[in-house]
Design a protein around this ligand. Structure first.
Ligand code: KG4
Ligand code: ZN
Length: 341
């Protein structure tokens, strides 16, 4: 029997500082420190994000190692998010990784954040073994920065079939929430509000785009006009209708996402369909995809909440597969804010 593969994963691409330990593909710890500082601003403030990462990174890594009962000397490699993300935020995790690897003389494995969201489906847990999708499968990745339908042929062979031309799905949730005076991040708030609302009271059109492309930027303008018009005749319009507006917007976003996903599945004849990224925490999206999956006889893979939003376990599992496939050279490379799949 070979030696155990022990990976420390580090994620700092946006506003969550996270560290995780993955041993032979099994999650031993996954510590995430969020950042409250952005709530008041209606979006992530990059400079505040990098400062908060700096404050969190050492305690978060320390806690991840302690929870896993792993010593630094036992690590096989350290995986870190190289991109895409906010440059200042990426630099904190990247520089920390570089320093640690030099001190320990351990190899570094760079990880693409978008691939990691998808490979989160392969993280195994101690308590319960998880069903994993079979290649090739389709993944709808919906986060604050990205919206893509990806054909996943293998761990490191992924083809983006289509993506958003402007706002991401999560961004659309966040911007609409901001227009309604709701705190950041708006996605979870809209999700909750929508449960009390009538999705058909207000209708919000989403642009139909060619092939597997998306466009969500028109949606927020449409919401803005509806809010302005409603508030002219009734100053309490938003307060009275926020649940209905939330439900209507949510319905429109989900419809656009799932229509394209279904089309892509049919075109490529694929039955294993996965969901990934922060927006996959949305309760209505999870339910609608489950329904759609039943209708189409799909095997649907919907991640547990801990693997929807940014976390280091997904970075760790991606580095683990790079390690197994010897798909790395151990060198540190500075972050890239923009990074292709
Ligand atoms: O993947 P993620 O944590 O970070 C990025 O890489 O962007 O995604 C964050 C996004 C935010 O836009 C947030 O509003 C959205 O995911 N989100 C949700 C929900 N939970 C998080 N959107 C809709 N419904 C939710 N329950
Ligand atoms: Zn993400």
């Amino acid at each position: 029997m070979g030696e155990q593969v022990v990976i420390l994963g580090i994620e700092s691409s946006c506003d969550d500082t996270s560290a995780a330990v993955i041993v032979d593909g099994v999650e031993m710890s996954n510590v995430v420190a969020g950042q409250k500082v952005h709530e008041a601003y209606g979006g992530v403030v990059p400079e505040l994000a990098s400062r908060a990462h700096q404050k969190h990174i050492i305690p978060v890594v320390d806690q991840a190692l302690n929870q896993a009962g792993v010593e630094l000397s036992q690590l096989s490699a350290i995986g870190y998010t190289r991109g895409p993300g906010l440059m200042g935020s990426l630099l904190v995790g990247g520089s920390f990784t570089n320093g640690l690897s030099l001190a320990l003389k351990k190899p570094v494995i760079e990880v693409n954040h978008m691939r990691a969201h998808i490979l989160a489906h392969f993280i195994q847990n101690l308590e319960k073994s998880r069903q994993t999708p079979e290649f090739p499968f389709l993944c709808l990745t919906v986060s604050g920065g990205h919206t893509q339908i990806v054909l996943v042929k293998d761990y490191f062979e992924m083809e983006v079939l289509g993506e958003t031309k402007d706002d991401a799905a999560g961004e659309a949730f966040d911007k609409v929430a901001k227009l309604m005076g709701l705190p950041y991040p708006g996605g979870p708030v809209i999700d909750q509000l929508a449960k009390e609302g009538d999705p058909d009271k207000f209708r919000f059109p989403v642009a139909d785009m060619p092939d597997f492309e998306f466009s969500f930027s028109g949606l927020k303008t449409n919401v803005l006009y509806k809010l302005q018009k409603g508030s002219q005749s009734d100053p309490d319009f938003v307060a009275k209708n926020k649940a209905h507006i939330a439900a209507g917007v949510q319905k429109a976003i989900i419809k656009a996402l799932l229509q394209k996903l279904e089309r892509a599945a049919k075109k490529h004849g694929i039955k294993d369909i996965a969901l990934a990224g922060g927006v996959s925490a949305n309760s209505e999206l999870r339910e609608s995809l489950t329904e759609l999956g039943k209708k189409n006889n799909w095997n649907t893979f919907i991640p547990p909440f801990a693997y929807c939003t940014d976390n280091a376990a997904m970075i760790g599992i991606t580095a683990y597969y790079s390690f197994l496939e010897k798909n790395y050279d151990g060198q540190y490379r500075p972050p890239k804010a923009r990074m292709k799949m």
